[in-house]
Design a protein around this ligand. Structure first.
Ligand SMILES: [Zn+2]
Length: 111
């Protein structure tokens, strides 16, 4: 008698699930425009201020610092500051924004 024991082991090894290698958009660096999306709000005795960091690559003009009355030449990182609770609204406040040396803003005197 011929006995055929035919057992076939089938390992269902289909391998790891195929993963999609997606490149996340926005991962590239665009050094031409690095701006903090949200300015920082600082609460001071003379009101609330928006403080936006201006990196050196974005500083392309000469500004005058209101604290020391000296110029901020292009290519120098500094701060852009405007009033949060401006009498005529935020648009006006942004129009009247001032460019400060970082250290001038840090050491400014509040009258
Ligand atoms: Zn200054």
């Amino acid at each position: 008698m011929a006995r055929r024991s035919h057992s076939r082991k089938r390992s269902s090894n289909s391998g790891p699930a195929p993963s999609k290698w997606q490149k996340t958009p926005g991962g590239g660096r665009d050094i031409s425009r690095i701006l903090d999306p949200a300015p920082k709000v600082e609460h001071a005795a003379d009101g609330d201020w928006f403080v936006q960091y201006m990196p050196a690559v974005n500083a392309v003009k000469t500004y005058k610092c209101p604290e020391c009355s000296r110029n901020i030449p292009p290519g120098v990182a500094h701060l852009v500051v405007w009033q949060e609770d401006h009498l005529f609204g935020r648009e006006r406040a942004v129009e009247e924004r001032r460019h400060w040396h970082q250290h001038c803003w840090d050491t400014r005197r509040i009258f």
